[in-house]
Design a protein around this ligand. Structure first.
Ligand SMILES: [Zn+2]
Length: 319
């Protein structure tokens, strides 16, 4: 049963700085990132394409944008007086919400990480054909005199998520790491490798670029957006460390006796709450949806577990 919407909670207004441009009648916006590199959004998902004399290179094909990808390419190709034939499609990672309109483009060369191929082979989804060209560490894509550097820097959001660098456009596309102007959604943006996710913005900042094309939320980003995201995550990490060090689990285990899992829950809930609450307060008004407590709480819980399990923080050795 659906909850009556008048019973749903209210939230803080979305900061004006978090919002992107208005969408057109068809529900998309297409704009120039730099020169012949364009980006498309439906307000929630973002995609990008490069117009060249030898064909169009598409970067991700989110199904929510769907057929509007074709419209956006046609619109800009006509305006620029170049071909609208899509010749290449690059997968940022295997997830269906960013790749599930891939099958709308026939006869293209699909490019992705070798692990993306393995996952798409396994998942066998006809909307996401496996890549024809794969790479392990790095791949330089050259089309129509333009150059795009694809690189794999280890697992982060997913085990196969890649960095898409446009050295001649001062741009970086990195999907599902930083949501420009917004907090990550549940569980660190549904990420599989916590240390890799936390470090990905540092790896992004090592590359030269001015424009950040994230996978979500309707506007382009800057290096300042990466910095704000990093400070949100860093605050959670630091708060988790101090909460782990200062909150004594003994009373929770004493309270529940033989039900040790109930003791674990009481203790970890207290650590999570104590670490997340100041972050929610600090970033409400700075990052959209910071006051959706479940997002910061679940992200904090995941980081807390990674600190314990990946980094060994608070590890206790019986005397
Ligand atoms: Zn994803």
């Amino acid at each position: 049963m659906t909850t009556p919407t008048n019973e749903l909670p209210d939230y803080a207004p979305v900061p004006a700085s978090s919002l992107g441009p208005a969408l057109n009648e068809q529900g998309y916006y297409v704009g120039r990132a730099e020169r012949n590199l364009f980006w498309v959004t439906d307000g929630v998902y973002n995609s990008a394409f490069l117009l060249t004399d030898d064909g169009v290179v598409l970067f991700d094909a989110p199904p929510t944008i769907g057929h509007n990808l074709r419209r956006a390419v046609d619109e800009m190709a006509a305006a620029e007086g170049v071909t609208n034939t899509v010749t290449h499609l690059v997968y940022s990672h295997h997830h269906a919400d960013h790749a599930g309109a891939s099958n709308l483009f026939e006869g293209v060369v699909r490019i992705g990480h070798e692990d993306t191929k393995w996952r798409l082979d396994r998942d066998n989804d006809p909307t996401r054909p496996v890549p024809d060209v794969t790479f392990q560490d790095a791949y330089t894509l050259e089309v129509g005199g333009e150059r795009v550097e694809l690189s794999y820097k280890g697992p982060n959001h997913t085990p196969d998520n890649i960095f898409i660098h446009f050295p001649n456009h001062d741009a970086l596309m990195l999907v599902d790491i930083v949501n420009d102007g917004w907090v990550p959604i549940y569980n660190l943006n549904l990420s599989e490798d916590v240390p890799g996710y936390i470090d990905a913005p540092n790896k992004a900042l090592e590359l030269p670029w001015k424009t950040y094309i994230g996978g979500h939320l309707g506007r382009l980003g800057t290096r300042d957006d990466i910095a704000l995201h990093k400070s949100y995550i860093d605050d959670i990490v630091e708060n988790c460390k101090s909460a782990l060090a200062s909150i004594d689990p003994t009373p929770y285990f004493a309270r529940y006796g033989a039900n040790v899992w109930a003791g674990v829950k009481g203790w970890l809930d207290e650590v999570t709450h104590s670490a997340a609450s100041p972050v929610i307060a600090k970033y409400t008004g700075l990052l959209a949806s910071a006051d959706i407590a479940e997002f910061t709480n679940t992200t904090t819980f995941l980081i807390l577990q990674s600190l314990r399990l990946d980094y060994g923080v608070g590890s206790y050795v019986h005397p």
